[in-house]
Design a binder for this molecule. Structure first.
Ligand code: SF4
Ligand code: FES
Length: 259
């Protein structure tokens, strides 16, 4: 450990599971020295480098931007690369790290995110050009978006696809067909983007039987999101728009004439 501050002992209880040898997951405790600056990811890296090289987890950027290190810490989903161990220690100096819940475990802290990505693709997360737009020709004008239109997106574009909201969602836990908060937030982003050419088609998908009307408004997604995003509010907006999707598409076509 190389951080500042006085070193102290901490116990990191990590859920282990190797499908080749274990019948079910179990907790394993590792004692190590931390300082006030030691992150949960630092602690996991220390365990892997010095105590048990078989410990398996995902991480990449270490800066809360790649979304790969989402885990469940003391019962709540979070990123581990930007959270300090000291903030999670109980009176016994322990913290418990588990994989994201409600997803199949591949090994230790690594979960299978296949359903997460499949649902994401259902909302067509890419921009669809307006009808008649030929992207093989050189652009002759800009797609101009007003500051008000950007503000309406409510920073949804800062989602890092970490899966913390998806895995915290009780509806996802019960029904893997549900599109899920992460993908509905992306659908919101595309539906409200004035450059997009298929808002009615998108609203048909997100307003369908696996979409926004399945949400029970439990707010777990908001509590779990490490970026402070609000998928529930986006879902609420999509619910309203889905009920008037043809009128919304007509207004979009009018708007695009001024682009
Ligand atoms: S909405 Fe938040 S919790 Fe959900 S995937 Fe995006 S960043 Fe992660
Ligand atoms: S390692 Fe990239 S978000 Fe944590």
């Amino acid at each position: 450990m190389t951080q500042n501050g006085q070193a102290k002992k901490a116990v990191i209880r990590v859920q282990r599971f190797n499908p080749d040898v274990d019948r079910k997951p179990y907790l394993e405790a590792f004692e190590l020295e931390i300082t006030d600056d030691t992150t949960l990811l630092d602690a996991l890296e220390h365990i892997k480098n010095y105590l048990d090289g078989s410990l398996t987890f995902r991480r990449s950027c270490r800066h809360a931007i790649c979304g790969s290190c989402a885990m469940n810490v003391n019962g709540a989903n979070t990123l581990v690369c930007n959270r300090r161990v000291a903030a999670f220690l109980d009176r016994k100096g322990q913290v418990t790290v588990r994989p994201l819940p409600y997803l199949p475990i591949i090994k230790d802290l690594v979960v299978d995110r296949t359903s997460f990505w499949e649902q994401y693709l259902r909302v067509k997360p890419w921009l669809i050009p307006p009808a008649g737009y030929d992207d093989s020709l050189p652009a002759t004008s800009e797609f101009r978006v007003t500051p008000e239109e950007v503000a309406a997106l409510k920073t949804a574009e800062t989602c890092i696809m970490c899966g913390a909201c998806y895995s915290a969602c009780q509806v996802v836990a019960m029904n893997k067909k549900y599109i899920g908060p992460h993908a509905l937030l992306k659908g919101f982003l595309r539906v409200l983007d004035p450059r997009d050419g298929d808002p009615a088609g998108r609203l048909e998908i997100v307003g369908g039987e696996d979409g926004v009307f399945r949400c029970h408004t439990i707010f777990n997604c908001i509590d779990a999101c490490p970026k402070g995003l609000n998928p529930t509010q986006a879902i609420e907006t999509l619910r309203k728009l889905a009920q008037k999707r043809q009128a919304f598409e007509a207004a979009r076509l009018e708007r695009q004439k001024s682009l």
